[in-house]
Design a protein around this ligand. Sequence first.
Ligand SMILES: CC(=O)SCCNC(=O)CCNC(=O)[C@H](O)C(C)(C)COP(=O)(O)OP(=O)(O)OC[C@H]1O[C@@H](n2cnc3c(N)ncnc32)[C@H](O)[C@@H]1OP(=O)(O)O
Ligand SMILES: O=C(O)CCC(=O)C(=O)O
Length: 443
Amino acid sequence: MKNYESYEDLPKLKLPYGNEIFISDSTIRDGSQMPGIVLSREHKIQIYEYLHEIGIEKLEAFVFNKRDRDAVEIMFDRGYECPEITGWARASRADIDKILEVDGLEETGILMSVSDTHIYSKMRLSGREEAEEKYLDALQYAVDHGLRTRAHLEDMTRADNYGFVFPLVKKIMEIDPDCIVRVCDTVGYGMPFMNIDEPYGIPKIVQYLKKEIGVKNIETHIHDDYGFGAASSIAGFWHGANWTSVTFLGIGERAGNSEMEKILLFLADRVEGFDKYNLEPVTRFAKFMEKELGLRVPRNKAVVGKNIFAHESGIHAAGVLKNPFNYEPYPPELVGSTRLLLIGDSSGLEVIRYKIQETLNDLLDVETIIEKDDRRLLKIQKEIQQLYDKEERVSCISDEELLAYVEKYFLYQPICDPAHTGRGKFKGKGKIQEPVEEIEETD
Ligand SMILES: CC(=O)SCCNC(=O)CCNC(=O)[C@H](O)C(C)(C)COP(=O)(O)OP(=O)(O)OC[C@H]1O[C@@H](n2cnc3c(N)ncnc32)[C@H](O)[C@@H]1OP(=O)(O)O
Ligand SMILES: O=C(O)CCC(=O)C(=O)O
């Protein structure tokens, strides 16, 4: 029989195709497309620094204008091995020439819009044949000029994959067998499950590319319109993709992209033998994005939200005080965060006891214990409950309020029984003295 009582006891998952998988950042590219986000050169460099600290393998950048190119140049000047800086182009020789003009870029993505709506109504091409010709020409041009390539199959989850996209991929492989084939779930229609009908199933698409066509490098790029972003990225890895393209905090077009931090956490914490990424900077990184870009990270956002290690409710807080493993899926230190115990309307006595004891000990620099049946504590609990009973109070009890309760109920009483030590200081074994005068009984 197995006991699962600590993080170490829990079995790790195994990636079916092994751990040679990589992350490609699109924060500076797709992320910057988010309305209201304007990334300055400094922002881009700082994002690059965070990605470097975490160990992200690749980043894609636009080089259409001078601002973009200046940022790329500064990134190259840092001389880091990772992330590799790569380019992004539409399927046109002119765009690829722009990539070639930037010293140091050795790889580019090429946008190949494969759904009929993109071919006909977005690009106004005569049909699939013209589209294919345009895409293969751009690819050949990039290869002929010494670039490594990625084929970004835009809107593949709304395309005729068997009739058009897979045959196109076979031709792509003939031109560049090392080309990274990016499965773009452009409006988030993709589903992370195996038995899903064409063209929506990310697992089926990835498996077909891998097993039937023999594509070596498969990357997913998933939008979160239906909320399947991170799940579909991981489904890609599960079924044979070796890359995923993500953005930090999932910023990007509309509902954004698959979130980098979720993928990182999943790999680092749940998958066997996966310690190549350093997650410690992610909380700092999120704060940077909030402060510098004016983003508001929801409090309950996985990995980086302020509430991820905050406990208020009675059963949870009491459970965490006994053993954080009871209600925390992973330790806060993993993502550079800290635990927070709060008192609010759903709190029970144990968390109040703990916080009052902590406040008292900090205030007087003693180490004493308040028992759960201490009548002063019960009075404080009653006062707190009355605050919420009025249905006016919507916030947690602040540190200042806790201090006031401690002062009101404890400070003007002897803190501990001097007969115990003679010095009024206990080390984890004392019981504070009950007040001399009678305190009315609580309900
Ligand atoms: C799904 C995505 O996220 S794709 C990336 C989206 N990101 C951006 O658009 C931000 C960067 N874009 C830009 O800086 C500009 O749009 C540029 C420099 C690329 C082009 O600027 P403009 O020449 O002014 O074109 P504009 O933005 O008005 O229209 C986009 C053009 O791209 C073309 N285009 C779209 N997809 C493709 C493709 N796969 N291959 C080649 N051209 C394409 C469109 O047909 C349109 O050209 P058209 O007007 O001749 O039909
Ligand atoms: O470059 C790509 O990833 C393709 C365009 C895109 O961002 C998308 O399909 O969502």
